[in-house]
Design a protein around this ligand. Structure first.
Ligand code: ZN
Length: 302
């Protein structure tokens, strides 16, 4: 069965992050991996139209995890009867999004609508929940689910032949080349994340990644080595602040300076560094990493 993969830039207007959805064109119709946020539905609809599809034509949506930048718009396809493929732990939050919505509103407040849009329930019988290693034939293509916790507990990466749709497992691939780890609370677990990286690197059939925040990556070994370096550097920087009990708001200026130095070493331009550091995501990264060390300390004491 022949097919082709087309990254669609969702032109996300927040956090200085690129977000892509991936359209897979098959002889039997379209499949998408990642819906992106609801706020980007117009860009996604336009991207689909460029390939001759209407939103209603999409009957299969694969999600790597339920963070709003990846899955917030999935219900719009659910409304047209699309099947939603997801990790078992993600299913209930998309079926009944009240908790997801409440926690997002708490964080983003008035900015919620502009940044992410909204969420509506998806009927339970439209989900296809996939276990680790499980495969499924969809429009003649064989998708394999690889559970890959670390960034989120409900994270799965989707393999299609030699391609892997990595979600946030492979971090952010900045257009200028740097690899940056997205570390929002509440699930960040660096040890699990690195195990998940090793798990997918051991699948020899995979040689290309489609990264949600960065499109296509061919040098998968180099990319993951850079991500591991970034994960260990970011988490090591935060550790002593956790140990001394410094509140995140006080750590932020020093963390921002660290991120600037790190990105300078990765040869990012000053302009790109300013955009990234001022984009707002690094406070979430700092909170996520501090929470990681706190949970690790608690589990060591238990
Ligand atoms: Zn995420």
């Amino acid at each position: 069965m022949s097919y082709s993969i087309h990254p669609i830039d969702l032109k996300f207007n927040g956090y200085a992050l690129d977000i892509y959805s991936f359209l897979i064109k098959t002889e039997s119709g379209p499949i998408i991996v990642e819906s992106g946020p609801h706020s980007c539905l117009e860009a996604l609809t336009k991207g689909l139209a460029d390939h001759g599809y209407r939103k209603e034509d999409v009957k299969h949506v694969f999600l790597t995890h339920i963070h709003l930048d990846h899955a917030g718009g999935a219900w719009c396809f659910g409304e047209h009867g699309a099947k939603i493929y997801v990790h078992p732990l993600g299913f209930k939050h998309l079926h009944d999004p009240s908790r997801l919505l409440a926690s997002a509103k708490m964080i983003y407040g008035k900015e919620m609508d502009r940044m992410w849009g909204t969420l509506r329930p998806i009927p339970a019988d439209q989900f296809c929940v996939m276990e680790d290693g499980e495969s499924r034939e969809v429009l003649g293509l064989n998708f394999i689910s690889h559970h890959t916790p670390g960034h989120a507990k409900h994270h799965t990466a989707w393999q299609l032949d030699s391609y892997l749709f990595t979600g946030d497992l492979a971090g952010i691939k900045h257009p200028e080349g740097a690899v940056i780890p997205p570390c929002p609370p509440p699930d960040i677990n660096i040890d699990l994340w690195i195990s998940s990286i090793d798990k997918v690197l051991s699948i020899k059939a995979i040689d290309t990644y489609y990264v949600t925040h960065g499109a296509k990556v061919d040098q998968v070994g180099d990319h993951m080595a850079a991500l591991k370096h970034a994960l260990t550097s970011f988490s090591a920087f935060v550790k002593p602040y956790h140990e001394k009990g410094v509140p995140p708001a006080e750590v932020l200026p020093e963390f921002a300076a660290f991120v600037r130095r790190f990105l300078t070493e990765q040869n990012l331009s000053t302009e790109a560094i300013d955009t990234f550091v001022n984009g707002g995501a690094i406070m979430a990264d700092l909170m996520g990493l501090m929470r990681y060390w706190k949970k690790k300390e608690e589990s060591n004491q238990a």
